[in-house]
Design a protein around this ligand. Structure first.
Ligand code: NDP
Length: 355
């Protein structure tokens, strides 16, 4: 199959990742059937996507179970794809969550059981311990810093991830939604005690969420070789334009457990975003692509981003989203300027280097 997928090193590590990955949040083990999950995974793999991203918390472990079952049925060589999972929220018990040594070790072993794998390629710390945990229906992307009592046991965390790697249960480790300062702390501790530093940070990145990826992560790449994987390129589907006239019945925002997304879309800020999306859709039209493809291509155009993690609820969406790779070359500097003018949110002192 001819494919527009490309590969590059994840940061300064030797790991060769496809420039788009397939994620399993909300979809696998929950929103979609196992048959559809298999159809999506098969299309992804056959298109050349080699990174599949999951987490212990996705669908309370069911996403890993479904992914593991499909991988078991397939005859793909284990060495030909990369599995990433994330540890933080395991079970209900006090000892089944967080970034303490016990949960990092037990959590990863449970993930491997669910995935039916001997190892994952990258295990992520799904959030930093120094952030306030989000509860219930709150926006899960909230990163409000704890006002007081910040406890960040970085040495314990680095030692535990080094241990799981040395046991052969993971090849590398990474961070997710950590601040640049926290990542540097982990790196320094690793260097001080001859432990293994993280190789990658997973961050949200899209038209409306730019600061971290454009301002903070490039510096970490230059200082410590940290790679960047980004998620929610479509802002949970908002950037497809599908929410222009309300909430379609078959959409993420209509899901019961995603009421936070619905609220976000219907808020004043959400309405302002819809206006910008209408203007961006005109640019997409001129480039002969969909708004979703323009949004994904715009992420890929940033050369500080090595891997954009896609989410899809059916294989048609995946096929369409992969075609965004062909749009990247059509985003000229003049188009970039037009996009910037509409967005009006270019971070000050950002370093969005374009391919
Ligand atoms: P997106 O922002 O791209 O949203 C994906 C959703 O948008 C799909 O499930 C689908 O929802 C809709 N969609 C996608 N393509 C199309 C299309 N062509 N046309 C119409 N609708 C479309 O990504 P996610 O928010 O899912 O994030 C991607 C992955 O990143 C996750 O699966 C996860 O692996 C990872 N992630 C990591 C996080 C972290 O903290 N490290 C946090 C969040 C995600 P629908 O059809 O249901 O409307």
């Amino acid at each position: 199959m001819s494919t527009p997928i490309q590969y590059q090193n994840l940061g300064k590590s030797g790991l060769r990742v496809s420039n788009v990955a397939l994620g399993t949040w909300i979809t696998f083990g929950s929103q979609i059937t196992e048959e559809m999950a298999e159809e999506i995974l098969t299309l992804a793999y056959e298109s050349g996507i080699n990174v599949f991203d999951t987490a212990e918390v996705y669908a309370a472990g069911k996403a890993e179970i479904v992914l593991g079952k499909i991988l078991k049925r397939k005859t793909w060589r284990r060495s030909s794809y990369i599995i990433t999972t994330k540890i933080y929220w395991g079970g209900k018990a006090e000892t089944e969550k967080g970034l303490n040594r016990k949960h990092i070790i037990e959590g990863l072993r449970s993930s491997l059981d669910r995935l039916q794998l001997d190892y994952v390629d990258i295990v992520f710390a799904n959030k930093s311990d120094s952030l306030i945990p989000t509860e219930g229906k709150a926006d899960p992307f909230s990163t409000t810093s704890a006002a007081s009592g910040r406890i960040f046991r970085v040495e314990e965390i680095v030692r535990a991830f080094t241990y799981v790697i040395n046991q052969g249960w993971a090849m590398y480790w990474g961070t997710s939604r950590w601040s640049a300062t926290e990542i540097m702390e982990a790196y320094s501790v690793a260097r001080q005690f001859n432990l293994i530093p993280p190789i990658v940070e997973q961050s949200e990145y899209n038209f409306f969420q730019r600061e971290k990826v454009e301002c903070q992560l490039p510096e970490l790449y230059h200082k410590i070789g940290l790679g960047t994987m980004t998620w929610s390129p479509l802002a949970c589907g908002i950037l497809t334009g599908k929410y222009e006239d309300g909430i379609p019945v078959h959409s993420r925002a209509a899901l019961k457990h995603c009421s936070w997304l619905k609220e976000k879309i219907l808020s004043e800020d959400g309405k302002r975003q819809q206006q910008k999306l209408r203007e961006l859709a005109l640019i997409a039209g001129r480039l002969k692509c969909s708004l979703a493809q323009l949004a994904i291509a715009w992420c890929l155009k940033n050369e500080n981003v090595q891997c954009v993690v896609l989410g899809v609820s059916n294989s048609d969406q995946l096929y369409q989203d992969i075609q965004a790779l062909k749009v990247v070359a059509r985003i000229s500097s003049s188009i970039t300027l037009q996009i910037e003018k509409i967005l009006g949110n270019a971070p000050i002192n950002g370093s969005r280097i374009e391919k």
